[in-house]
Design a protein around this ligand. Structure first.
Ligand SMILES: C[S@@+](CC[C@H](N)C(=O)[O-])C[C@H]1O[C@@H](n2cnc3c(N)ncnc32)[C@H](O)[C@@H]1O
Length: 222
């Protein structure tokens, strides 16, 4: 089915269930104006994250991969007033844009952007005693996903939810012979999820304005 059709359905869903939001639209505009790539989650995906965080009763959220803070705004809006979101971003320029977007959204006191490769910031978070986090959203470099899973489990509690985006990659995830480092990263991540006794996980394929992709959802059991 063509991309045009998927985008039309996403627009229909948006018009009905995810009404235009000036703050979120301003964040996307500011990100585009700053030259950030248009690779944030879609509005319907952002709302899914928001609803999952609310259903989870999340008070603490960790995001790996901030970009301009679009998904961070959706997630932070699900938090109670005393809640806290930490989002990790490797690119200082992206982090700067995200901080401005979060401040404009009135979330400057709730959401904190930490700059540096997540391979460095995750161990620091753990060493500092941050967490456990009620919900963790993994959305950074795909070759890094296998590094992020053990840290995410360490930074969780029984009942935490770990969500990872972009794991289907136009279906290439099913190709064991793929030489694409992104595909191999998500394949290894999914195999690690399967072998990790402390989580129960599934993966869902998605289509929409962002093409054909999907996400994993894992519940931390112990
Ligand atoms: C897909 S974008 C995140 C989109 C964002 N979650 C949203 O939906 O609005 C991925 C981000 O991860 C960042 N990134 C890439 N490698 C990283 C790493 N090793 N550690 C932390 N962030 C990284 C990129 O700079 C980029 O901003």
């Amino acid at each position: 089915m063509p991309q045009e059709r998927w985008s039309a359905v996403d627009s229909y869903i948006g018009e009905n269930l995810v009404p235009a939001d000036p703050v979120l639209e301003a964040a996307l505009r500011a990100s585009a104006d700053a030259g950030l790539p248009p690779i944030s989650v879609s509005p319907s995906q952002g709302k899914l994250l928001h609803l999952l965080a609310r259903a989870q009763g999340a008070r603490t959220i960790l995001e790996i991969g901030t970009l301009g803070g679009y998904s961070a705004i959706w997630l932070a809006r699900a938090l109670p007033p005393e809640g806290r979101l930490i989002t990790l971003e490797a690119e200082p320029r992206h982090a700067e844009v995200a901080r401005a977007n979060l401040a404009r959204a009135g979330l400057g006191d709730v959401a904190e952007v930490r700059v540096g490769p997540a391979q460095d910031t995750l161990p620091k978070l753990h060493a500092a005693g941050d967490g456990p986090f009620d919900l963790i959203f993994i959305d950074a470099d795909k070759p890094g996903y296998p590094d992020y899973l053990p840290w995410s489990v360490r930074l969780s509690r029984p009942g935490s939810m770990i969500i990872a985006d972009n794991v289907v990659r136009d279906g290439a995830v099913a190709d064991s012979a793929s030489t694409d480092a992104n595909v191999q990263g998500v394949r290894r991540f999914i195999e690690m999820l399967a072998a990790e006794p402390r989580v129960s996980a599934t993966a869902i394929q998605t289509v929409g304005s962002k093409g054909y992709d999907g996400f994993t959802l894992a519940l931390v059991l112990a």
